[in-house]
Design a protein around this ligand. Structure first.
Ligand SMILES: [Zn+2]
Length: 83
């Protein structure tokens, strides 16, 4: 399983979003680069969202990511192209 696969599996298991802390806990210190590659090279729509986990208590410079698939993803990509 590649890091890309692991990240996609995590994102699909957690539709509410996956925090950077979670990626670090699963030994992926380069998660932000990998997510960038999934967006640019593989066409996935992965958006930053507020961290849903109250108990993390970190500041906002740690991003949380949400995978958007299907019709919603197409709409978001269209909005990107228009904006
Ligand atoms: Zn968090």
């Amino acid at each position: 399983m590649t890091q890309h696969d692991r990240i996609l599996t995590l994102l699909r298991d957690h539709p509410e979003g996956v925090c950077g802390i979670t990626f670090l806990q699963t030994y992926m210190p380069t998660y932000s680069q990998r997510i960038g590659e999934l967006r640019r090279n593989k066409g996935y729509t992965i958006i930053p969202v507020p961290c849903p986990y109250d108990w993390h208590q970190h500041n906002s410079n740690i991003a949380t990511y949400q995978l958007v698939e299907g019709i919603n993803a197409e709409q978001l990509q269209l909005e990107d192209a228009n904006g």
